[in-house]
Design a protein around this ligand. Structure first.
Ligand code: ZN
Length: 234
């Protein structure tokens, strides 16, 4: 079954931290969004694969996504290799998204980088009929949008998520296992919610709204005309 948007995340919670507001807005607009986690987060300092799976399921329900799956690739050992390519090509051909929402291929976390790089290859090769034909009919999404995680090297546009700030907070709070009073393992000593809310407020302040999520695309974005820019925010 095809979907409007396929969101691919290296670990359960990455998609929510980076883009839960945008996912919530898509689902509310009636778009069919499917989420795929590449690993079970089994190497995380806190939580177990079972608790992470239950948390991910709860978060998916709150966001209103149509489906969520986990590819079970090895946490902390994601590579842009042939096994990962096959898993991603199969995923893209199974869900046949119009838009692929994927990690930016440069980030502090090596798994995030590897996932971003592997998806760049899989996006193209999934469209070639002679590549892994046993994994289904070729399919290439119309557009790839990169969400940004620990690092924000390039921003092409932001989505105003002011209307769903409270809902995004509730979604990230689903991952209770990832919060702790002991801050020693947190990246930059901020828990996931503090980190992303600071970021979203920063971009909101630049744009004149309460909160915004940044994204990156390769190459120019095609608009039907400038009228689009006059209908909403300046
Ligand atoms: Zn991650």
């Amino acid at each position: 079954m095809s979907c409007d948007v396929l969101v691919i995340a290296p670990h359960p919670d990455d998609a929510e931290i980076a883009a839960a507001g945008t996912i919530l807005l898509l689902a509310r607009a009636g778009r069919r969004v499917v989420l795929a986690d590449l690993t079970r987060g089994e190497m995380a300092t806190r939580g177990t694969p079972a608790t992470r799976a239950a948390e991910a399921e709860q978060a998916a329900r709150l966001m209103g996504v149509a489906a969520r799956e986990n590819l079970g690739l090895p946490d902390t050992r994601l590579r842009d290799d042939d096994a990962t390519l096959a898993a991603l090509v199969g995923l893209l051909r199974r869900h046949r998204p119009r838009l692929l929402l994927a990690p930016f291929p440069r980030d502090l976390h090596p798994d995030h980088e590897a996932a971003g790089q592997a998806l760049r290859r899989a996006y193209f090769l999934a469209g070639l009929a002679k590549v892994l034909p046993e994994l289904g009919a070729p399919h290439r999404p119309e557009l790839v949008v990169r969400y940004l995680q620990h690092d924000v090297p390039e921003v092409s546009f932001c989505v105003d998520v002011s209307a769903v700030v409270a809902e995004k907070r509730a979604v990230i709070r689903c991952y209770a296992s990832q919060f702790s009073d002991d801050r020693s393992h947190f990246v930059r000593r901020l828990d996931p919610l503090e980190r992303v809310e600071s970021r979203d407020r920063f971009f909101g302040a630049r744009l004149g709204c309460a909160a915004a999520e940044p994204f990156s695309i390769e190459g120019p974005l095609c608009l039907a005309g400038l009228d689009l820019l006059l209908g909403g925010r300046p």
